[in-house]
Ligand binder design. Structure first.
Ligand code: SF4
Ligand code: SF4
Length: 395
């Protein structure tokens, strides 16, 4: 495992970009980003879970909180981690997706004019959902985990480069500053190590922090020129070999805590070859088709577009909203839905995620964040379902 800025024998070559900062300096980074016009978004305790919201300082972070996650189960608790830890929780129900690919976006509005014509104006992400309490187009994500960096990279392939290239996404992405936080713990539902997306954050950030809560410090590694420039503006000291070793150990601990896994060896072929496997019916009998798994997933990107107008017919609009392949209407073609059973819809979701995504985008659609396991109301576990698809020659 190689951790940005803390590569054992290569520490000295990274040293120029690797520093140790304290909590006051982290507040300085937040202040500097705010002065530069960024809305700083970070984990906060909201309604008994970890949400992602604008913050103004360290006092908004979930100090002393940690999470307990299991299939269909999520609790925030205190007293299980260092009382001064700011980032002892893992991923919550929200992902950074909502700030780059908003749940609801007005694509355009049309307004009738007095001469009988109409004007069309471009729409915008719903600010109340996108940046509650903030109008800033610049956004800084503080506390992005390794799996989420991979999820953002996957969505980049879909929306920045792929057949669904989206100008709004590209603009929001360009205006985003990313501060990763290395995981020092894993939830029971995490399996990033098996998906090779974590727990070490190695790329895709401007800054990466590893928290040392017992001493109120962070190892800080720059991942871009603008990250290095921001770091240069706060009080810091050069990292020592011991600092880097401690950071490496923290991430190794998070990897060792993971008990779930998907064997990705030929998983694409295994799933695509077995559309009639009895596991689909078995999981279909449990699945409520509620769509929770798609809503919490940091890579699911499907949307539905609808048109509307006011009663007077003066204003019309087109809105794009997150949709889910678990709804009947999602696959409604002429004559009805082509995926009528729960089993068919679960099969569509998981086969797309783990197999067909590779054909489309050259990567798995799953980063092992475990959200779909935690937030499934009946505790369906994608690692358990995938484990049933052993190829005949593997049995
Ligand atoms: S797998 Fe779970 S979360 Fe997903 S649709 Fe079925 S019941 Fe809902
Ligand atoms: S499929 Fe589940 S574990 Fe994989 S990225 Fe989506 S929510 Fe996370």
């Amino acid at each position: 495992m190689v951790l940005a800025g803390v590569r054992g024998s290569q520490v000295s070559s990274d040293m120029a970009q690797t520093s140790v900062i304290d909590n006051a300096a982290l507040q300085g980074l937040i202040d500097a980003l705010t002065v530069q016009g960024y809305a700083v978004l970070a984990p906060v305790v909201r309604d008994g879970a970890i949400g992602l919201e604008p913050i103004s300082g360290l006092g908004d972070l979930p100090r002393g909180w940690s999470d307990v996650q299991a299939p269909g189960h999520y609790r925030l608790e205190q007293g299980r981690c260092d009382p001064d830890a700011l980032f002892a929780t893992t991923v919550g129900p929200q992902s950074w997706k909502r700030f780059l690919h908003p749940p609801r976006e007005v694509l355009w509005t049309a307004q009738r004019q007095s001469d009988g014509g109409f004007t069309v104006a471009p729409g915008a992400a719903d600010a109340a959902v996108d940046h509650p309490g903030s109008e800033s187009p610049r956004q800084a994500f503080l506390g992005v985990r390794a799996c989420e960096l991979h999820a953002i990279a996957i969505q980049d392939r879909v929306f920045a480069d792929g057949p669904f290239a989206d100008a709004g996404y590209a603009a929001r992405r360009a205006a985003t500053f990313v501060i990763a936080v290395q995981c020092g713990q894993a939830a029971d539902t995490c399996f990033c190590a098996a998906m090779r997306t974590g727990p070490a954050a190695v790329a895709g950030f401007d800054l990466a922090l590893t928290e040392f809560p017992e001493r109120g410090e962070f190892l800080a590694a720059a991942g871009s020129a603008r990250g290095a420039a921001l770091l240069a503006g706060v009080a810091r000291r050069a990292a020592t070999e011991a600092d880097c070793a401690a950071a490496q150990a923290a991430v190794a601990r998070a990897a060792a805590m993971q008990t779930r896994a998907i064997d990705t060896t030929r998983i694409r072929e295994r799933l695509q070859a077995q559309p009639q496997h009895p596991q689909w019916e078995a999981v279909g009998e449990r699945c409520l088709t509620c769509g929770n798994c798609t809503m919490v997933c940091p890579t699911c990107f499907c949307t539905a577009v609808s048109d509307g107008s006011d009663l007077a017919g003066e204003t019309a609009w087109r809105v794009r909203e997150w949709d889910s392949c678990f709804t009947l209407s999602f696959s409604h073609l002429h004559g009805g839905s082509v995926r009528r059973s729960n089993a068919a819809r679960y099969r569509q979701w998981m086969t797309h995620k783990l197999a067909n995504w590779v054909d489309q985008f050259g990567t798995s659609g799953c980063v092992g964040c475990g959200r779909c396991i935690t937030w499934c109301p009946v505790g369906i576990d994608i690692t358990e379902v995938a484990g049933a698809f052993t190829a005949p020659e593997d049995a």
